[in-house]
Design a protein around this ligand. Structure first.
Ligand SMILES: [Cu+2]
Length: 205
């Protein structure tokens, strides 16, 4: 079905290249790349593509969640393999998704479906130092900055509300409206980190 649709797009002369691009570059005020920043484009001109949410994996490695910050579409199933030799017990008390996995090692844990938008804070009942974050968003247009502070989001041309979040922001970032068209839109931002990693930056839906 997917191939057939692609062929039809080609015949019509408007392939998937019609997607617009936001090219994001985030650094701290001193110029260091800011990794793990969640960027979400909420469509303002119509409904988002109804694509099924992509599944995700959050591993546990050396008593940390990998990745530390995830972003998934509402309805996504997330697996929590454990790559450590010790057992973990992953849980969340967040309103968007309350759960506790059984104490486990290996890949035995069943996937967790995140069926409501919002921020989910992950912990481990055995290791208090383990903290992870899952941003659950209704939009399918999102990304997370890489180690170089870069992220690209492809979406149909139109107007969007851009939300940006990281657990350790000094100040919440106000959402902004932007328009995507035929040309990629570059956006360079400087965001300051907070001084206390125990304070989680507020999430905005
Ligand atoms: Cu643990």
């Amino acid at each position: 079905m997917r191939c057939l649709l692609a062929a039809l797009w080609c015949l019509a002369g408007a392939g998937p290249a019609a997607a617009a691009t936001l090219a994001l570059s985030v650094s701290t005020p001193d110029g260091a790349p800011y990794a793990d920043v969640v960027a979400v484009l909420d469509p303002l001109d119509g409904a988002a593509a109804p694509d099924a949410p992509a599944a995700a994996v959050i591993d546990q490695v050396h008593k940390t969640f990998v990745p530390h910050v995830s972003v998934v579409r509402t309805g996504a199933a997330v697996r929590f393999p454990n790559s450590d030799r010790i057992r973990h017990q992953v849980y969340s008390l967040s309103a968007a998704r309350v759960f506790t996995l059984k104490l486990y090692a290996g890949t035995a844990a069943p996937p967790v479906v995140f069926d409501r938008p919002g921020l989910v804070v992950l912990g481990c009942n055995i290791h208090d130092s383990m903290v992870g974050f899952v941003a659950v968003v209704d939009s399918p247009y999102f990304a997370r900055t890489d180690a170089a502070g870069l992220a690209r989001i492809e979406a149909p041309p139109g107007r969007y509300r851009l939300r940006l979040w990281h657990p350790e922001l000094a100040e919440p970032v106000a959402p902004r409206t932007l328009a995507l068209g035929a040309e990629p839109v570059p956006l360079q931002l400087k965001l300051a980190r907070g001084t206390d990693p125990a304070i989680v930056s507020p999430w905005s839906d």
